[in-house]
Design a protein. Structure first.
Ligand SMILES: N[C@@H](CCC(=O)N[C@@H](CS)C(=O)NCC(=O)O)C(=O)O
Length: 201
């Protein structure tokens, strides 16, 4: 199989961490590409009509996207239990919260890195940051038990979201007011799967 991806993408990192945690690296070739909303890479477009990454090309040539579909598929393939039956809805909601933080964080990156300076909206950026902070607070208030339980896909999503905040939005200091979450992340980021997929700023 081939994973169409970019190393800095937090959505791709979710899949890459899962692949390592479930020992599937031998079965998946990671294909590094560059793509952007204004300049879609043809490899990304061929794999996904919306040209987003990650996409997974399966052995029969069919493709899967987005990250949540790919992680469900690879988890089922490995029978890894990262979506445990006992806590399925809580784990899915936690994964969705991590993904929501990524959506807002990537949106800020596009606003600041891709748009002409005179078109950049400070109001848009601030509104996205409010969502990110609300996501961090909600996780810290409601989900520490799930973060501290056995490995699940919610943890991986949250860790990849926080890693992306460190990579692209470090100057905004997400840790302020989120000490519990920051303490949890300082341990999780030392997993071999996280170190192996870490991108330096
Ligand atoms: N919901 C999607 C989001 C994927 C996404 O937005 N990926 C970004 C990279 S971080 C992308 O492909 N951007 C290029 C584009 O939007 O054309 C998922 O979970 O896979």
């Amino acid at each position: 199989m081939q994973l169409i991806m970019a190393a800095a993408s937090p959505f791709a990192r979710k899949v890459r961490v899962l692949i390592r945690e479930t020992n599937q690296l031998k079965d998946v070739e990671e294909v590094h590409i560059e793509t952007s909303p204004f300049n879609a890479n043809p490899i990304a477009s061929a794999a996904n009509p919306t040209a987003r990454i990650p996409s997974l090309i399966r052995p029969d040539g069919s493709t899967l996207y987005d990250s949540r579909v790919i992680t469900r598929y690879l988890d089922a393939r490995a029978r890894a239990g990262l979506y445990p039956d006992s806590d399925l809805w809580d784990v899915l909601a936690l994964e969705a919260t991590g993904d929501g933080i990524m959506d807002s964080a990537v949106s800020i990156s596009y606003e600041t890195r891709l748009r002409a300076v005179e078109m950049v909206s400070a109001d848009w950026i601030n509104a996205q940051w409010v969502k990110i902070m609300a996501g961090c607070t909600a996780i810290q208030d409601r989900s520490m038990a799930h973060l501290n339980s056995s490995l699940n896909m919610g943890q991986i999503s949250v860790a990849c979201a926080l890693g992306y905040l460190d990579l692209r939005h470090d100057a905004r200091h997400w840790r302020q007011g989120h000490k519990l979450l920051a303490d949890w992340f300082s341990g999780f980021k030392d997993r071999a799967s996280m170190i192996d997929t870490h991108v330096k700023g």
